[in-house]
Design a protein around this ligand. Structure first.
Ligand SMILES: [Fe+2]
Length: 268
């Protein structure tokens, strides 16, 4: 299996604080059947300013330790970028690390409580450079949970999303669990990744979450999630299918959201 999102590089963010913890996380990943794990340290202004060179060098060092201790796991480079207004310019300057450094997919996280007003522009400008942004854990963003239509608009424009394995197993509460399944069911999420931060708590483990997807949505849905992760590593396209069902009810209608969106754009 492939895990596209883990904070395993020692000392770069709020994930593994040291090499010992990174190796413990690696063992857990191997025991779960993970062969490739993309290291995605947080990069956000004012908190984590890790640059491209530091990430690539930390990946190389961790891989050499894994070889030394004969742990059969390959760490691949990546990062989790906070959606910031200058992300497209930084990409154009070659400062970012895409997933597996393949130049195709970029992991992007939003603030937990809201959707920034520049989100649409930034995502579009990344796409103009041939990079597909992947929205990390929408089930933990209050705006997407209240208005799934907002995520649907992005998906319809070719921006996929990744739910966190722990959300599916109840680690982040009932609402996150419900929304993770809801997004998967409606074609609004395309990957499951661990977003691991340690060897206890948020661990690099995918099997229980995939078993839950299989139980709730069927074996094909679970298989597709695994296949999508492999496609990302190989720099191939993933199928972002048109969403058949429009979420309605207390979350609001797509029409209402689109009207608001269009009038905002017209108003500037
Ligand atoms: Fe993360």
């Amino acid at each position: 299996m492939i895990d596209l999102h883990a904070h395993i590089l020692p000392g770069l963010d709020d994930g593994a604080p040291d090499l010992g913890e990174a190796l413990s996380m690696a063992w857990l990943a191997v025991e779960d059947g993970i062969e490739f794990l993309v290291a995605t340290p947080h990069v956000m202004e004012g908190e984590y300013s890790t640059d491209r060179e530091a990430i690539l060098s930390a990946v190389e060092q961790l891989n050499s330790h894994l070889d030394k201790y004969q742990i059969p796991l390959k760490i691949l480079p990546g990062a989790e970028y906070r959606l910031e207004p200058d992300l497209p310019e930084r990409l154009a300057r070659g400062e970012l690390v895409t997933l597996n450094d393949g130049g195709r997919y970029l992991l992007v996280e939003l603030p937990p409580a809201f959707v920034p007003p520049y989100m649409e522009r930034v995502l579009y400008e990344l796409q103009l450079q041939g990079v597909t942004p992947i929205i990390a854990h929408p089930e933990r963003n209050a705006s997407f949970c209240r208005h799934p239509d907002l995520l649907q608009v992005l998906v319809c424009r070719g921006v996929p999303a990744q739910v966190t394995a722990g959300s599916l197993t109840g680690m982040f509460g009932r609402e996150a669990a419900r929304m993770a399944i809801y997004f998967l069911e409606h074609g609004l999420a395309h990957f499951v990744a661990s977003d691991a931060h340690s060897s206890t708590g948020r661990t690099p483990v995918l099997s229980p979450a995939l078993a839950e997807v299989k139980r709730r949505l069927g074996a094909d849905a679970a298989w597709k999630l695994k296949d999508n992760s492999r496609r990302v590593l190989e720099g191939r396209n993933i199928a972002i299918e048109a969403v058949g069902k429009v979420p309605t009810g207390r979350r609001g209608s797509l029409r209402a959201f689109l009207e608001k969106f269009v009038s905002k754009r017209r108003g500037g």
